[in-house]
Design a protein around this ligand. Structure first.
Ligand code: PRT
Ligand code: ZN
Length: 284
């Protein structure tokens, strides 16, 4: 049985559960107890506050964990990043009141900065030879300058709207973060290692499918070469006959981000009835 530490509630929860579910891991009735085993895969989930996940993994209480990179770096525990998971993307940034003129990082010399991330901020300031007063607070960091508690803040930013509504402006982006899968350096038993490898294989299949679409279209046989030349398929596209022998059906997989550009070219090359489908998993 492999134990995975996950956030019990909060911003990481939904997508963590979705990823595990897409990897085929079903839980026994989710009563939101602390430790929930899967009913079809040899893992159990330990539900924790995100702050406690790095320590739980470092100490070996959990074998692996899913948590924000920001939390991993701030806690400074002895854990390894196994892979990026691509969700809960955000950044840790320095922000100052809009009314100030900012002309470079020296602005922060002698200033008081409120943050919940004193370690990451301390390292950043040191690297840039800035001497500032780090004021650690655990929540509502963005209101600190407005109430005279600090001159600036160092906090998580996603859309930036929290900064705007507190009359702050981002001036230095320090760390790009996202959810990561972490493990510890302790050697896993053969049994746990096999489970982890199977889990990673499944995560790989889910992630590989995420950015891709299955595309099918009808193409006049006479235009087939032109259409195939446009398609950046995984290998070569599948070509199936249609009842009308002068036409065929072409199936392939493309990167979603390329879809609009390619679909224009396909239409002008003669493709019709282009269908785009989601792919659930891609097993290499
Ligand atoms: O209770 P627990 O300790 O488990 O949770 P928590 O309250 O400490 O963390 P939680 O659930 O708020 O966030 C968990 C993780 O989500 C963080 O550690 C980040 O890795 C990630 N994440 C992604 C974010 C955001 N996006 C985010 N926007 N964490 C916080 N925010 C905050 C941001 O600071 C701002 O105050 O959300 C607010 C809205 O952001 P804007 O920029 O979109 O306005
Ligand atoms: Zn937390």
């Amino acid at each position: 049985m492999l134990r995975i530490a996950v956030q019990s509630k909060g911003r990481l929860y939904d997508e963590t559960m979705e990823l595990l579910s897409e990897a085929g891991i079903k839980l026994t009735a989710m009563k939101r107890t602390l430790l929930v085993p899967s009913r079809n895969f040899p893992v159990e989930l330990l539900f924790l506050r995100d702050d406690d996940i790095p320590e739980s993994v470092a100490s070996g209480t959990s074998d692996i964990g899913i948590v924000g990179l920001n939390e991993v770096l701030e806690k400074g525990k002895n854990v390894e990043i196994i892979r990026d998971l691509g969700f809960s993307k955000c950044r840790l940034a320095l922000a100052i009141p809009q009314k100030h003129q900012y002309n470079g990082i020296e602005w922060f010399n002698g200033k008081k900065i409120a943050t919940s991330y004193p370690r990451i901020l301390g390292d950043f300031l040191k690297k840039n030879n800035i001497t500032a007063d780090i004021h650690e607070i655990s929540g509502s960091v963005e209101i600190a300058p407005g109430i005279g508690l600090a001159d600036a803040i160092f906090d998580i930013v996603s859309s930036g709207s929290t900064l705007v509504s507190n009359n702050l402006v981002e001036v230095e982006s320090v760390l790009a973060s996202e959810a990561v899968l972490i493990g510890n350096s302790k050697e896993l038993s053969k049994e746990k290692e096999d489970i982890l490898n199977e889990l990673l294989f499944r995560i790989e299949a889910v992630k590989a499918a995420e950015s891709k679409k299955y595309v099918l279209m009808n193409v006049p046989r006479a235009k087939l070469d032109d259409v195939v030349a446009i398609l950046p398929g995984i290998k070569s596209p599948t070509i199936l006959p249609l009842a009308d022998e002068s036409w065929c059906s072409v199936h392939t997989v493309i990167q979603e981000k390329n879809f609009w550009e390619i679909s224009e070219k396909l239409k002008s090359a003669g493709a019709e009835g282009i269908l785009v489908l989601n792919i659930e998993k891609m097993v290499p």
